[in-house]
Design a binder for this molecule. Structure first.
Ligand code: UD1
Length: 366
């Protein structure tokens, strides 16, 4: 049973569902419905060739406690009905942790086991909801599939190394599979942009977008960059809602603000960008594989391999207008790499196959 809930989960689940199918396993796909808008969910399922979910829990948006509780309440009867050998949860969203807890508590009764895909990432920033989700999920999972070698010391520190298996990055499976179709979609051309001569930005972290001061520093910097090259901002619903509530429309207006894009459109847009400025985790990895310079607008990253091996850099913290603009200039000056050049080990398109092989090797009812 594979579980996805929010936008960044779908590209991680898609190659796993496909590899399970190819290996002849019976596989059930559960969507918690944490994300539900067409642009945040429906488009992704279609483009990623994920069949309609076998179960949609339709939990929607709510406070952390309510959303987590709703997923738990609605997931419990599903797992009791299906009685899977394995439950696979991916990433670090509320749905990941909620389903992990339910599975772990039912383990003695149902004799099912839990695997966490993208295990061992740590920001050591306890103000991030995702950090809590990661730590709890890893603690209760039977098998920890890591995307990069740097996850292993983190797990060792928590006494979890024995459960860890290095498999590489499933997001990259999806990226390499979809890149030809993404390029054919030619999103830069459709938006009238010149390849290499525009910036793509995404923002949605509560620490960046939930307070007027933080959001206005970033939008102001984008405004300045936009005087040199067009800045395209596919806007997350949370960010749009807050920018309007804080009266920051005047900073948004000069930017190329577009609705959240589907997977292929976003991949095509980032592939053609001169640089990407983001607070997303996934985009730090995707830009590294695409060879596009990335500036991460966060105090730290739980994906350090994107900085040491890849094309990512952190803007100086605390964020300031000058700091962001200077980092962007340095990123542009660093230039592009070829797709797949100098990527971390295991970011090769075969991570899902390694996951299924590891599941085959384990005894589901041990
Ligand atoms: C969630 C994840 C975050 C991930 C992000 C990707 C958690 C704690 N956070 O954050 O790790 O990087 O998804 O997008 O799980 N909304 C809509 N339509 C939707 C979904 C959300 O309008 O389909 C709006 C609602 O106003 C909602 C807000 O976005 O209240 C936040 O949604 P939520 O799922 O709580 O968290 P994200 O900020 O999307």
């Amino acid at each position: 049973m594979s579980v996805a809930g929010a936008r960044p989960n779908f590209m991680k689940v898609a190659p796993i569902v496909r590899a399970l199918h190819d290996a002849g396993h019976e596989s059930v796909f559960v969507h918690t419905g944490q994300h539900y808008d067409l642009q945040m969910s429906g488009t992704f399922l279609e483009e990623l060739e994920l069949s309609a979910p076998d179960f949609n829990l339709e939990v929607g948006s709510a406070s952390h406690a309510k959303q987590t509780a709703r997923v738990m309440e609605r997931f419990e009867p599903v797992i009791e009905q299906v009685r899977p050998d394995w439950v696979l949860v991916v990433g670090d969203v509320n749905s990941t942790m909620a389903c992990a807890l339910v599975t772990a508590k039912l383990r003695p009764v149902l004799r099912c086991r839990l695997a966490h895909v993208e295990a061992g990432l740590r920001s050591y920033d306890w103000t991030m909801p995702e950090e809590l989700n990661r730590v709890v999920t890893d603690r209760v999972a039977d098998l920890l599939f890591t995307p990069s070698r740097d996850a292993h010391p983190n797990l060792a520190r928590e006494g979890l190394e024995a459960r860890a298996t290095f498999v590489g990055n499933v997001m990259v499976d999806t990226l390499l599979h979809q890149l030809p179709r993404a390029r054919a979609a030619d999103m830069p051309g459709r938006l009238g942009l010149t390849r290499g001569a525009y910036v793509v930005t995404t923002l949605h972290r509560p620490s960046n977008v939930d307070a007027p001061a933080a959001l206005s520093v970033i939008l102001d910097a984008l405004h300045r960059i936009n005087r040199d090259v067009p800045v395209v901002l596919p806007i997350h619903p949370r960010t749009l809602k807050n920018a309007l509530a804080f009266g920051l429309e005047s900073l948004l207006r000069p930017l190329r603000v577009v609705e959240p894009l589907g997977y292929r459109g976003m991949l095509s847009l980032c592939d053609g960008a001169g640089a990407v400025l983001t607070d997303s985790g996934g985009l730090q990895e995707e830009t590294t594989v695409l060879g596009v310079p990335c500036v991460t607008l966060r105090v730290q990253t739980e994906r350090p391999a994107t900085v040491t091996d890849g094309t990512n850099r952190l803007a100086p913290w605390p964020l300031t207008g000058d700091g962001i603009v200077d980092s962007w200039r340095a990123a542009m000056a660093s230039g592009r790499r070829a797709v797949g050049e100098r990527v971390p080990e295991g970011w090769d398109g075969d991570a899902a196959i390694r996951i299924v092989a590891a599941l085959n090797a384990g005894d589901p009812c041990a």
